[in-house]
Every structure is written in structure tokens, then in C-alpha cells.
Design a protein around this ligand. Structure first.
Ligand code: BES
Ligand code: MN
Ligand code: ZN
Length: 474
């Protein structure tokens, strides 16, 4: 599918098989709708001949997410109508935002909705392919801006697709070594530097968390470091949890749905995908992307509940549950980030089932030590539709993870699982005054229902949010 931004003064330039028009609840209704006494609520659609009317709700409540979803709806209608091409009338959506922002969101929505992961299907289900997705406007003076916005959306969604592809791969294929290889290749093609530390270097750095988690697996741990080529003293550092498969280890998980734990590297995949976009957009901000990558397996050499490990910053951790492994590898990665003296440090992880239990798949959890950073993340979440919601980090929560024999334990006895995980991480990010943590346990993949912008499987959450966040520092 080719996405094109076209401007023309005439009302109809080229023929498209399905055209979409946005309809605000408190705007002037198109004649055909008032004739037919149809009023569209937000999200409702009405097909009249080859025109798809899409309800956008009240102008005051308009968001770019409504544009993305409208574009996805048009794509679906085009498929159902077996159209060769579809077109979206940008001008009918023009409220609150710039026309270029509308165009960018439409291109993004159309592309995001066009993703499939079918490489292991011998006979992929045939879908009707749309040849062209046109974004049209009568405002000729905006032509350049619209084309630019559509091109940027292509770059961004390529990063999202890269992340989805990495995460959708089965866990026998996407091992720590393979993920590191994928990061290396991506870096080579996208003008990033990439360094991967292997077991020996990880041991030299005394990353006790990474070593403990990986020791039950035949796959050695990998520690990926990506960096864009922007000069500047203090970078923004992004850290992603990369557990290529989480069995729980000796504290083994129940077998129901354990297959979903191939997605436990979605944080790492999001960082890698975001770095690809950051490089391609040439964002003028120094960014370092870090991903500690392990497989969490039980076995004769696996770590045990009761083990005490020492993280890279010297703090000792009592491993009371080997299934709380994400925080162990993040502890080392966050401590490692100290060498960059980050101006902001953000980690992203499928960290706690409790976060999915709290929010379902409607938003990710966010917690942090810096108001400004958390606010930037919230704003980026609103703008991209990758919503986040903050949970408190009151210091009394730390009491729940004080250990009997070590400095800190990796689980709290009960309750507040998402917050106590963040309190744990904070102990290893204390070298900077600006740290935040994103828990994407509920948002990293669609389990049973597709969403308008992502089918079942990895969503690529975090990529677009990180790109917005980086832009906010430029
Ligand atoms: N990767 C899981 C968290 C998870 C579970 C994400 C389900 C998405 C869906 C993580 O490593 C984990 O197992 N966390 C435990 C922590 C507990 C032992 C304190 C959890 O959430 O149960
Ligand atoms: Mn686990
Ligand atoms: Zn995990």
C-alpha cells in the first residue's frame, strides 16, 4: 500500500474507490447525512455509496488518536469493498491541530493498521491489498508540510514494525544472541553505533543480576548498547527489559499462557525500534539505548529462591522469587547507565502482572523521581495514543522490599506489586535525579482481541512514545 499526500483545488482529482469524510457532532453535517437523518456519534460510521462518513465526536474532545483510528477504519472498509485505492479528506478532520499533524496521524494510523506477521504460515490468509491510500486536501499551500508529515509517519511506523517483528518471533528463534544480532544489523543499516557485551564482559562488570537470571539457560546473556551519532555531554538513556522467554525459573510459572512470555522482551524491542526511528529522523538529541537480554529458565544451574546476588552498583539482592527476574537485569542496566551521566533515564519493561491487573490494556504504568520527566512522558503518551498513568512512589513502599539478609529483596510479600517493583528499580537509578519507569505488562501485546491499530501479537508500544519524548528534548 502506497500512502500519498495530495493537494488539489478541485473537489475531486483522481478516482478512489472509497473516500472517507470526518463528521464532528457539533459541526455542519454533510447534506446526505441530514437528508437521511443520520447523526454519527464518535466512532460510528455510515457508508453511503462509495463515501464512508466517520463520526469524530465533539470538536473539544478531538484527538489525533481519532484520526489514526479513522484511517484504520477506512483501510478496513477499502478491504471489504475490494477497493484499489482509498482517500481520506483531511480538511474534514481539520480542528485543534495543524493540517500536517492530521496528515501525519492519518498516515500513521493507516500504516499501523496494515501490519501482519505471517512469515511462519505456509499459506497466509489472503487479504485484499489496497494499492493507494491518499490523504487529500484543498490547501495547496500545505503540500510540502503534508508530504513531510506522511514521510515522517512512514519512518516512525517502520520502527514500530521492526519492534513488532522482533517481539512476535517465537522464543526458540529470538534468543538473546539473535536479538543482539538483530540490533547489530539494524545499527549498521541505520547509522547507529552498537556494542554488545557478552558473558565475559558482563562478569567483569560484576553484573550479578544479569548473571543470576541467565545462568539457568544454555543461552549466554547479551548486553546491547546502541547510540546515535549526536554530540552532546549528557544523553537521554533508554533501557528496555529483554527476557526472550520467561518461564519464571525455579519459581516456575503455570503452563497456561506461558507461551505469551516470549513477549517479555518487548521493552528491549521497543528501545531498539525507537533507536532506529531516532536515527532515521536525525533527531538532534544524544540518545543511548540499552537492553540487557537473558532467557529465564529453570535447570540444574538456575538461580534458587534465597540466592543473594550483588548488582553492578554494589547493592545486594535477595532473590526470593526467581520469577521477579526483570528487575534483576534492569538493576544492572540502570546502574550501568551511570557512566553516561544521563540528563534523563527511562526504562521500559513488561515487569508486573499486577500492572495488567490494574489497568488492563488501556494504558501503561509510569513512575519516576522527576516531575518534569514524568510529565513529558504523560504528554508524549497523550499525543501518541500510547497512554500512561502514574502510580505513587511514597517512600513507605520501600519498607515492603527490605530484605532479611541482603540490602533489598526482589519481591514484596503481597499487594502493590507494580509500585514495589518501581521502588526496587529506583535503588539502581539513584545516580541520576531524573529517572522514570514504564510498566508495559498490559500494553505490549494484544492477547485475544485485535485493536484498530494493532492485530493480535506485539503492539510495539513505547516506540512512538519514546520518539515524542526525545523530540521534547530537541
Ligand atoms: N514478565 C513477568 C510479568 C508479566 C506477567 C508481564 C504477565 C505480563 C503478563 C515478570 O517477570 C513476572 O513474572 N513478574 C511477577 C513478579 C512477582 C513474582 C513479584 C508477576 O507479575 O507475577
Ligand atoms: Mn518473571
Ligand atoms: Zn518477566
Amino acid at each position: 500500500m502506497k500512502i500519498m499526500a495530495n493537494v488539489s483545488k478541485a473537489s475531486s482529482s483522481k478516482a478512489a474507490d472509497v473516500s472517507a469524510i470526518g463528521v464532528f457532532e457539533n459541526g455542519k453535517p454533510p447534506k446526505i447525512l441530514s437528508d437521511k437523518k443520520v447523526s454519527l456519534k464518535a466512532g460510528e460510521t455510515f457508508l453511503a455509496g462509495d463515501t464512508l462518513f466517520i463520526g469524530l465526536g465533539k470538536k473539544e474532545k478531538f484527538t489525533l488518536e481519532k484520526v489514526r483510528v479513522a484511517a484504520a477504519r477506512l483501510l478496513a472498509q477499502g478491504r471489504a469493498s475490494r477497493a484499489r485505492g482509498v482517500r481520506l479528506d483531511l480538511d474534514s478532520f481539520w480542528e485543534k491541530f495543524s493540517l500536517a499533524e492530521i496528515a501525519g496521524a492519518a498516515a500513521e494510523g493507516a500504516r499501523l493498521a496494515d501490519y501482519r506477521f505471517a512469515r511462519y504460515k505456509s499459506k497466509p490468509k489472503p487479504v485484499h491489498e489496497i494499492g493507494s491510500f491518499e490523504l487529500v486536501s484543498k490547501h495547496a499551500d500545505q503540500a510540502r508540510a503534508l508530504r513531510r508529515a506522511a514521510a515522517e509517519a512512514e519512518t516512525i511506523t517502520q520502527g514500530v514494525f521492526f519492534t513488532r517483528d522482533l517481539a512476535n518471533e517465537p522464543p526458540n528463534v529470538m534468543t538473546p544472541e539473535r536479538l543482539a544480532q538483530a540490533a547489530r544489523e539494524m545499527a549498521r543499516k541505520n547509522n547507529l553505533t552498537c556494542k554488545v557485551l557478552g558473558l565475559n564482559e558482563i562478569k567483569k562488570l560484576k553484573m550479578g543480576g544479569v548473571i543470576g537470571v541467565s545462568q539457568g539457560s544454555v543461552h549466554p546473556p547479551q548486553f546491547i548498547i546502541l547510540e546515535n551519532k549526536v554530540k552532546g555531554a549528557r544523553p537521554l538513556v533508554l533501557v528496555g527489559k529483554g527476557i526472550t522467554f520467561d518461564t519464571g525459573g525455579i519459581s516456575i510459572k503455570p503452563s497456561n499462557d506461558m507461551d505469551k512470555m516470549k513477549f517479555d522482551m518487548c521493552g528491549a524491542a521497543a528501545v531498539i525500534g525507537a533507536m532506529k526511528v531516532i536515527a532515521n529522523l536525525k533527531l538532534p538529541v544524544r540518545v543511548v539505548g540499552i537492553a540487557p537480554v537473558c532467557e529465564n529458565m529453570p535447570g540444574g544451574r538456575a538461580q534458587r529462591p534465597g540466592d543473594i546476588v550483588r548488582a553492578m552498583n554494589g547493592k545486594t539482592i535477595e532473590v526470593l522469587n526467581t520469577d521477579a527476574e526483570g528487575r534483576l537485569i534492569l538493576a544492572d542496566a540502570l546502574a550501568y547507565a551511570a557512566r553516561y551521566k544521563p540528563k534523563a533515564l527511562v526504562d521500559i519493561a513488561t515487569l508486573t502482572g499486577a500492572c495488567a491487573a490494574t489497568f488492563a490494556d488501556l494504558c501503561s504504568g509510569v513512575m519516576g523521581t522527576d516531575r518534569d520527566l514524568v510529565n513529558r512522558i504523560k504528554e508524549a503518551g497523550e499525543e501518541t495514543g500510547e497512554r500512561v498513568w502514574e502510580l505513587p512512589m511514597w517512600e513507605e513502599y520501600f519498607d515492603l522490599i527490605r530484605a532479611t539478609y541482603a540490602d533489598i529483596q526482589n519481591i514484596s510479600k503481597k499487594y502493590a506489586g507494580t509500585i514495589t517493583a518501581a521502588m526496587f528499580l529506583k535503588e539502581f537509578a539513584d545516580h541520576t535525579a531524573s529517572w522514570a519507569h514504564l510498566d508495559i505488562a498490559g500494553t505490549a501485546w494484544n492477547e485475544s482481541h485485535p485493536k484498530p491499530l494493532s492485530p493480535i501479537g506485539a503492539t510495539g508500544v513505547g516506540v512512538r512514545l519514546f520518539v515524542k519524548l526525545v523530540k521534547s528534548y530537541s
